[in-house]
Design a protein around this ligand. Structure first.
Ligand code: ZN
Length: 376
């Protein structure tokens, strides 16, 4: 069990399964507010574990994330264990627009009449089928084929639901409301946020125990930028691994001892994983190692993106949709190495060659330093 010294120990209000599904936890923030975590199941086969939604007793009863569509029963019985009903939710704040985070938003707000708050970039993307758009782009220009699976169908249905949402309060980096401070931390998705509240930080999928989210691809900025407010259009600060790592460093600099409330793996295999913002540095290290392994593969000869993926990942990771995920992950790392001048794409993005440098080490070490600002 990993327990950082200053992580908050929750009380268990309701037991769940060995991964925390159905579990309800009660945390008290350093400043004395009540926050409750509800472990909501995913509705497809997965290794993520449940999605944790948080009920926050702030100036208004606030819900951070709404879990997967069609799981209102578990959510409602979790709420009942705390003493609330869905009708009591006055405000929903979304960390980002993946279907395990905002799936029940329409159902909850329709019942409660509460307000929806999300980053302004989330609002800009409400009317399009972003998953399909991204997959089409990956297939057409990057040669990354996702294939069809039940999750694609689910994503389509989810995106239809999202078209009915109305963001009452679109916010941006640094905005404050009561005790909430919103930090824009894109990289996994362009609208992702972390939320500071009374000495804790809700980290969504930006910072997770045990695992790390898949970074988006930098190339996606070209596909979506016309949809965003002008301030997000010119320079890419929304997509890709480098953007993700920069935002991890930014969060870790807020204070390594600040307790985090993440969206997954709070409890897993009968154990708690209670962490602080110092976890962000472990994730940066993880990506540093992966970049090093990729460069090692390329030392002797150029390789195709497919071959790098097959050599870097093994067995179970490469089955079915796993191969697309693995190849996208490798592509994201290659984009960063391309930016730092350590590799070059050849054969229209299908293969790469090492340039003989390892600038990426210096760039990652310097993330967050003044000099890092916009070198790349
Ligand atoms: Zn996500």
């Amino acid at each position: 069990m990993t327990i950082a010294t200053t992580a908050i120990q929750p009380k268990v209000l309701k037991q769940g399964d060995s991964k925390g599904s159905g579990m309800v936890l009660h945390y008290t923030t350093p400043k004395g507010a009540n926050v409750y975590g509800i472990g909501n199941p995913l509705t497809w086969e997965n290794t993520l574990g449940p999605i944790w939604t948080y009920v926050v007793e702030a100036d208004k009863l606030t819900l951070v994330d709404t879990a997967v569509g069609g799981t209102m029963d578990t959510f409602q019985s979790g709420l009942e264990a705390i003493g609330y009903r869905p009708e009591d939710i006055q405000r929903v704040i979304l960390t980002h627009g993946h279907l395990d985070h905002d799936g029940n938003t329409f159902d909850i707000l329709w019942r409660s009449g509460g307000e929806l708050w999300a980053h302004e970039v989330y609002k800009s993307l409400l009317d399009i089928n972003r998953v399909q758009t991204e997959r089409d782009f990956h297939a057409q220009f990057l040669g990354l084929n996702s294939g069809e699976d039940s999750l694609s169908q689910r994503s389509m249905e989810h995106e239809e639901m999202r078209k009915h949402l109305c963001v009452a309060r679109p916010f941006k980096e640094g905005d404050r409301a009561g005790d909430f401070v919103f930090h824009h931390t894109p990289g996994h998705t362009p609208e992702e946020i972390c939320i500071q509240f009374q000495g804790v930080v809700f980290t969504g999928a930006h910072i997770l125990p045990m695992i790390t989210p898949q970074p988006s691809l930098k190339a996606s900025h070209d596909v979506f930028r016309h949809l965003f407010h002008e301030s997000y259009r010119q320079e890419n600060n929304l997509y890709g691994l480098l953007v993700y790592l920069r935002n991890l460093r930014r969060m870790s600099r807020m204070g390594p001892d600040v307790p985090i409330m993440p969206s997954h793996r709070v409890y897993y295999r009968d154990q708690f994983n209670l962490l602080t913002l110092s976890r962000a540095e472990e994730i940066i290290d993880h990506h540093m190692k992966r970049l090093g392994l990729i460069v090692d593969l390329l030392r002797n000869e150029p390789m195709s993106v497919t071959d790098i993926t097959l050599k870097h990942f093994r067995g179970a990771y490469l089955k079915g949709r796993g191969f697309y995920m693995a190849m996208t992950e490798i592509f994201g790392h290659l984009e960063l190495l391309d930016d730092t001048g350590d590799i070059e794409f050849i054969e229209t993005n299908q293969a790469v060659r090492w340039t003989g440098t390892e600038n990426y080490k210096r760039v990652l070490d310097g993330l967050g330093a003044e000099a890092d600002n916009r070198i790349w």
